[in-house]
Unconditional design. Sequence first.
Length: 477
Amino acid sequence: MLALNVDVDPGRCRTLGFVGAVAIMAGGLTAGALPVREEFVPTSGRVALGLLCVYFGIVLLIAAWWWLGRSVRGPRPPAPRELTTTLLVWAAPLVLGPPLFSRDVYSYLAQGAMVHSGIDVYSHGPDRLGGPLAAEVAPVWRHTPAPYGPVFLAVAGKAAGLARLDVPAGVLGMRLVALLGVALMIAVLPTLARRCGVDPSAALWLGALNPLVLLHLVAGAHNDALMLGLLGLGLVAALGARPVPATVLIALAALVKAPAALGLLTVAALWAGQLTGRARTLRALALTCAVALATTAAVTALAGTGYGWLGALGTPVSAGNWSLTSGLGRLSGMLLDATGSGLGHFALPLWRLLGVLATAAVVVTLWLRRERTGVVHALALGLLTLFALGPALRPWYALWGLFLIAVSAPPGRLRRWAAAGSGVLALGLLPDGLPPGGLQLALAICGGILALLALWWMFLLAPADTTLAAPLPRTAS
């Protein structure tokens, strides 16, 4: 960020972030992931102005968050309650606005309506449902089965009942579910931080006020919020020597979205410490698996959705998805095709397989070295590896690991990189959630430049006795 001459005032940061959130919400009214019938021509003046406004607001929000982090390391750091208030102020405009940066919320509603109508969501895509809800789903997901577990589909089914009356009402229902997940994240962050020896204010700053939380979990209403909230509750129970409730909660999180299942290794590691005798680790793993499987069987029976989600976990691996491994696969395929070897079509699946194997190797290594790194920190690094090497890459996937990095990583380089990466990823998508064109990119860049000019003008008028901005705070970065 810019090294601007200004004292850090949490109140000013709160105001600046609120202005940014309002700008994002206002721009989203014309440039967001709107229902199909409300969309405007991408080159229209209203959409162009909206896109400028959204990126103007994103840069202001990132700047406010970055500077607020400085105050966490100051002589009078804000208390967790004050930071929570700031989060509520920043989130309020986004709650009232349209979906942003993704059309996934419409997929959730369509899948919930399919469950309500008795259509197998693990065999068919929303196109089988038809009607207004299916029309709202992004084309890339319209013909694909749902990769989510029965816990989330049961929740989505309830929200889909509202969508039958009115699509915006259904969107609000899904956003309330996401807000519940964010509330759980806020509730567990200070406790987890204290258990891991990290400052609670620093954990809230990186793990809850993070722009990725606001833009993608609040504004985007992604189900990752509910997954992370349940995962956090499970880890609190595990660290409190309650392995059975911990296993149940983390199994429920995995039945929202599968990556949370890695948390079961953390429960097993902590459970082993409570056992005596030989083969404690194997016994703990067996007990954890037994409780998790029993939870899965009970929830699946109640939901009535079956176990088809196990076979649908590959849904996010679509032909249009990009990630580190898919990018290397496509590049390798092009080079092989250029040589005339005829092996180019093997490159992409091979690189994706290598990514999965590398992730598994890292997770196993971290689990074996958990006593050195700490069990929660090992889980955080494992989830970050899954984000980096997985077959599909979305900015909000980074929160799988960042949420736990916030409570487990000691002050230093990792926290600084986590904060910097969050700021970069927050700029990675257009508000309509669609692939960008040249004009859209130009408008987004112009909006960001306008925000930087506004910040420069604002701090140019700051009092002359202000101090130089310090580096990213050690306790919050």
